[in-house]
Design a protein around this ligand. Structure first.
Ligand code: ATP
Ligand code: MG
Length: 282
């Protein structure tokens, strides 16, 4: 298979279980998917297992969780057997995760510039001066007009949209080949969201890497991603090209689409989703 079309990530029959006081919760149930050099959306309602799937790939689930799979391969790495120190070398450098709210992910007592520079110093053993240069260039790349000034700001001094662009620069500065973005723009207003998404889109294309984009906003995923994985109760109920979502066959996907307001088909009332127990079965 040519290098270009080989999947970056391959997951086969992965399940994630959490033992709880009231019994075992199967948060992810036997999911299989590949991610190539493309934007793959994972969509599903709250609790459907989207974040758990993302964290399991990074091996960032709590110690009590049980992850089983027939295969979890990232490039040349077997994620099932990689040691913790091998995982540390992968996280942030070869697979990066962008989270919903930068305020929780950035260190509040360190300037944003120092934090981004720290990432390259750690991963690429660059000197301080070279790391600072790289950071300023990266901040410029995410359309921050005055990188020198922003370098010296603390996380509480930046707006949500700027914070998210700072997160993107931090996650992309060490050239990962896969990005997992978990609801990266849900805390932003619509215009700022578009700017952040277009910056992310440019970087993904420019570097020809893979993106897993987790969201519960079907409209957003439909316009932003190439392919969409639809999850319900821990299972993948359907995987479909974003451009073909209108031809989705699974009743849950159809229900989600029906529930979207549309300017083409104005209606007095939006449909509410009528669930069936069979969707959660094998
Ligand atoms: N540490 C944990 N211990 C026990 N159960 C957990 C744990 N983490 C997640 N779960 C359960 O796993 C299921 C899936 O959770 P997950 O966070 O992956 O959902 P999600 O699709 O990301 O939802 P949201 O859209 O709200 O972010 C939920 O039922 C959740 O309660
Ligand atoms: Mg989540």
């Amino acid at each position: 298979m040519p290098e270009q079309s080989k999947p970056i990530l391959s997951v086969k029959n992965m399940s994630v279980q959490f033992p709880t006081l009231s019994g075992v919760v199967t948060a992810v149930n036997n999911v299989s998917f590949d991610v190539g050099r493309e934007k793959v959306g994972i969509i599903g309602e709250s609790g459907s297992g989207k974040s758990t799937t993302g964290r399991a790939i990074m091996r960032l689930q709590p110690a009590t969780a049980h992850v089983i799979a027939d295969e979890m391969r990232f490039e040349d790495v077997d994620l099932l057997t990689a040691s913790e120190s091998e995982m540390r070398a992968i996280r942030g450098r070869r697979i990066s995760m962008i989270l919903q709210d930068p305020k929780y992910s950035l260190n509040p007592v360190m300037t944003v510039g120092e934090q981004i520079a720290e990432t390259v110093i750690l991963h690429e053993r660059l000197g301080r001066r070279a790391a600072r240069e790289r950071t300023l260039a990266m901040l410029e790349r995410v359309n921050i007009r005055d990188p020198q000034r922003v370098f010296n700001l603390y996380p509480h001094e930046v707006s949500g949209g700027m914070g998210q662009r700072i997160m993107i620069s931090m996650m992309l500065i060490s050239s990962p080949s896969l990005i997992i973005a978990d609801e990266p723009t849900s805390a932003l207003d619509v215009t700022v969201r578009q700017q952040v998404l277009s910056i992310l889109d440019d970087l993904i294309r420019e570097r020809n890497i893979g993106l897993i984009f987790i969201s519960h906003d079907l409209n957003l995923v439909k316009s932003f991603c190439d392919r969409v994985i639809i999850m319900y109760a821990g299972r993948i109920v359907e995987t479909i090209e974003a451009s073909k979502l209108d031809q989705a066959t699974h009743p849950y996907t159809c229900g989600l689409l029906e529930a979207l307001p549309s300017l083409d088909r104005p209606r007095d009332r939006l449909e509410t989703l009528k669930r069936q127990a069979s969707w959660a079965e094998a």
